[in-house]
Design a protein around this ligand. Sequence first.
Ligand code: PLP
Length: 378
Amino acid sequence: MSDRVYLDWNATTPLRDEARRAVSDAMDLPGNASSVHAEGREARKWIEGARAAVASAVGALPRNVIFTSGGTEANVLALTPGVRRDGAAVERLVVSAIEHASVLAGGRFPQTAIASISVTRDGLIDLGQLRELLRDRPPTLVSIMLANNETGAIQPIAEAAGIVHAASGLLHVDAVQAFGKIPFEMGGLGADLLSLSAHKIGGPKGVGALVLAEGLTGPEPLLRGGGQELSRRAGTENVAGIAGFGAATTAAMAGLPADSRRLRGLQKRLEDGLRLTPGAIVFSSSVQRLPNTTLYTVPGLRAETAVIGFDLAGIAVSSGSACSSGKVQPSHVLGAMGFDRDIGQGAVRLSMGWSTQDAYVDRCLEAWRNLSGRLLKG
Ligand code: PLP
């Protein structure tokens, strides 16, 4: 695999060395973190170290970090009727139309209590519609992602939070794709609940966190039983996964300023090259985007064919989101942005990370030149 170029970092990232070491060291710990003996206390130390790292990265208090099995579980846990702060508990849910499937499914809200916010052609949520959806309605939980996994478009979360709080609602932010790629803090966003996932930042797969703002009541646990995670998620902790998440978080935060500057440069190089193809469209290119994400198409392109062509040329890319690739389905994100089915089935996502080099971008562009010459002729 050594000469392959991996450009599918939004699907998942390679494991960072720091995370691998932490996972391996924590795997060797014999104790259960709930035990009072030295072995138990040592496992507890790793978990609390990771909790402090995650909390500090998003400007939260460690006691408000609940470790989960990943971003999906964090989202489902967040979307719970009955969550409250001061005022009345939330009774209904509003989600944006471009959310991850785990948010669109609505968590523990009945389908009849869920409404959707549309997005503009640039892939940004319609704040006017959000205001309307909350007017004279019972307290509402609103779920909006910080950055979209397909387009990379960064949503106006702080403005949305102002609208939600003015209507006595609460805001859940799925920050899975933004974490480690752009700087943010929960307070600055105005988020009441925030979802994170380790494997998007160089941590192991199968671990994540839901982070709560101080003073929130709920959400009711998904898993009841033992008193782990302050009785908010029962079950013996995944010490190795959590340790890897903590180490990846520290490394990602340390590298963030330099990585995001460098990736922004690579993104420009990549998109300048793609735009040489007549008719090429880079989605959401007129709004703020993650520095690592490029979703593009050319009229007449079939994404599955392009993904296979890239793969044969040694380059891993994706068609839309990883969860829907493999199925020949147009992207729900591009559909919500008002693009027709053909365009939705032709979009290719290139996503980069901390070890992506200029030469990889050049290889990708060379492969695209060959492919587009073949795929688009006639
Ligand atoms: N939210 C977003 C925006 C994602 O992109 C993903 C994963 O692709 C998830 C949530 C789910 O995270 P996990 O894979 O850790 O369950």
